[in-house]
Design a protein around this ligand. Structure first.
Ligand SMILES: Nc1nc2c(c(=O)[nH]1)N[C@H]1C(S)=C(S)[C@@H](COP(=O)(O)O)O[C@H]1N2
Ligand SMILES: [Mo]
Length: 549
């Protein structure tokens, strides 16, 4: 039993050394992390309901959860291999090598990796070799230590076993009989103890070295990750040729109510990247090709020199549940996509653009939304007066007012292909989500927070509403099914959300059911039908129960 436990610890240590060494090498040569590659593969192949569930339960932390889950799985497999290895060494080594092979396979097939083959495969190979070799060494050391403890000949590994140097003086005659007669109980002998101790020490030394490999690799990995995360000093953004309108009264200033602008730090983040791509704007380029007259490759400098527009746009994630918070408003700076398209010339028959990010994620956008002169779709380089943060797409992303992010907001964009919807399937479309996805009219209640005890009397209700690119014309609050028209924040930008408030609801004793519904500028009321986020956005009224005492 004790041997099994030591075996398990050895396996754990071997796995730890393998992962640590691999991540250290990956950092050193800027190669792909095998752990991340396996994780990416897991994300890509996980069924939509699982991703939904992960987003719902872990929110934006789902990636941390995934990486942690993978490390725990690797640790468990390592411990299992080690415990097995005490009696079945080959099986254990086979299992460890198989886990390593999964990592190699993952880096070879993962999307978005464009490194040279050697760089691409090295870290995963290091993981395989180090974890397997470490396990072999440790299991051998274990066997040797076990063998050396009783002075009994055994099939120890070559050179690993130390025989007692002295014939113990106080041994009983029985002990000098042939090997078959040796008692199983450990003789009380200083020499034998020393010998066993020596092998235990050798084993511990090996374990220490292997552990150190893991710690060193892991430390190097962490250090590498700690490089600058700020993009703010990298670029001086030019002034826009077409500035955003001066914002009127968009905030009621109600405590607890979402503000009109979202800071870059508070902006929600949704993507499939386990590790945020950190592109260099000096070497960045975007290929514009497909059904165009003059294919071009744009560089970052070209964008800096082009006439820039500045617009306030609310970005929306299709995964948002009714009442959810996967949305935010920023002041974006960029080049109008319609201008770029006009300069390259669109061939007849095109109806879509397939855009691709540096990490291999793809997105399909209706061409009509990009050429529409009334909709300022842009290649954005600035967000709230700063260069895009890395996790929001540095150096260039798309922003298209009125379409959910998964069909429009490509971050880390490197390719822009004019094509037809029947020619391709984008990342989420091939996983059951819609190819076309305009933002649905929605609203939510934020104040007071749900399930807060309220006192009878005058109470203020407030929240957000949106019908991105159409604009909100009315918000109604349904208090126990009776509709009350809310005040809207005066500032009316159809491309952004809008605050609403109902300042003087006379709350009476008892439980009240409060729901909210918005109407867009065309007079269309948001759908009351409850629908899940997939395939094209959740619908239904956000409803809360407020107990008044
Ligand atoms: N490269 C890349 N771009 C992407 C995604 C992605 O997974 N990869 N996700 C999209 C989705 S689903 C949304 S809602 C928005 C979110 O943008 P944000 O993270 O800046 O808020 O980015 C879009 N752009
Ligand atoms: Mo999204």
């Amino acid at each position: 039993m004790q041997a099994r436990a030591t075996g398990a610890v050895s396996g754990l240590l071997a796995a730890f050394a393998g992962v640590g060494a691999a991540e250290g090498v990956a950092t050193a040569i800027s190669g792909p992390s095998p752990v991340v590659a396996v994780g990416t593969w897991a994300i890509d192949t996980s069924p939509p309901w699982l991703r939904e569930w992960a987003i719902r339960n872990f929110g934006v932390d789902d990636k941390q959860v995934l990486v942690t889950g993978m490390l725990v799985t690797i640790a468990l497999l390592g411990a299992l291999a080690g415990a097995l290895g005490v009696t079945h060494r080959r099986l254990a080594v086979g299992l460890t090598a198989a886990v390593g092979a999964v990592g190699v396979l993952a880096v070879m097939t993962a999307r978005g990796l464009h490194d040279p083959a050697l760089v691409r495969i090295s870290p995963a190979l290091v993981a395989l070799v180090v974890s397997t070799a470490a396990l072999v060494l440790l299991l051998r050391g274990l066997a040797a230590a076990a063998d050396a403890a009783p002075p009994e000949p055994g099939p120890a590994g070559p050179g690993a076993r130390v025989t007692p140097r002295e014939a113990p003086a106080e041994v009983t005659p029985e002990l000098e009989r042939p090997a078959v007669m040796i008692p199983t109980r450990r003789p009380i002998s200083l020499a034998a103890d020393l010998a066993g101790g020596l092998d235990r020490r050798a084993f511990l030394r090996t374990a220490g070295v292997i552990g150190a490999v893991g710690v060193a690799g892991g430390a190097f990995w962490k250090l590498g990750e700690q490089g600058s995360y700020a993009t703010s000093g990298l670029i001086t953004l030019p002034r826009p040729a077409s500035p955003a309108a001066v914002v009127g009264k968009a905030d009621f200033g109600i405590p607890g109510l979402t503000s009109y602008f979202t800071t870059n730090d508070d902006f929600y983040r949704i993507d499939t990247a386990l590790v945020v791509p950190r592109l260099d704007h000096n070497t960045w380029s975007m290929k514009i090709h497909g059904l165009v007259d003059h294919p071009i490759t744009l560089r970052f400098d070209d964008l800096l020199k082009a006439p820039l527009i500045e617009r306030d746009v609310t970005l929306m994630c299709v995964s948002n549940e009714v009442g959810g918070y996967y949305n935010g408003t920023a002041r974006w700076l960029g080049v109008r996509v319609a201008d770029v398209l006009a300069s390259v010339g669109i061939k007849p028959g095109a109806d879509a653009v397939k855009s691709t990010s540096s990490d291999g994620w793809t997105c399909g956008t209706p061409l009509s939304a990009l050429t529409d002169p009334s909709r300022d779709a842009m290649f954005a380089i600035g967000m709230n007066g700063q260069p895009l943060p890395y996790d929001h797409g540095f150096p260039v992303r798309m922003v298209v007012p009125g379409l959910y992010g998964f069909v429009s907001a490509t971050k880390w964009i490197t390719e822009f292909e004019v094509t037809r919807f029947d020619e391709f399937e984008a990342y989420w479309t091939s996983r059951g989500w819609s190819a076309q996805a305009p933002v649905k009219t929605q609203s939510r209640i934020e104040v007071p927070r749900p399930y807060r005890d309220l006192l009878t009397g005058q109470t203020e209700l407030a929240g957000m509403s949106w019908a991105v690119h159409r604009g909100v014309s009315k918000v109604e609050v349904l208090i126990d099914d009776e509709p009350f028209v809310a005040q809207l924040a005066p500032w009316d930008n159809p491309d952004t959300w809008r605050q609403w408030r109902l300042p003087n609801w006379k709350a009476t004793k008892g439980d009240h059911t409060i729901a909210v519904r918005a109407t867009d500028i065309l007079g269309e009321v948001q759908s009351a039908r409850r629908a899940r986020p997939d395939p094209d956005g959740a619908s239904g009224y956000h409803t809360v129960v407020l107990p008044v005492t």
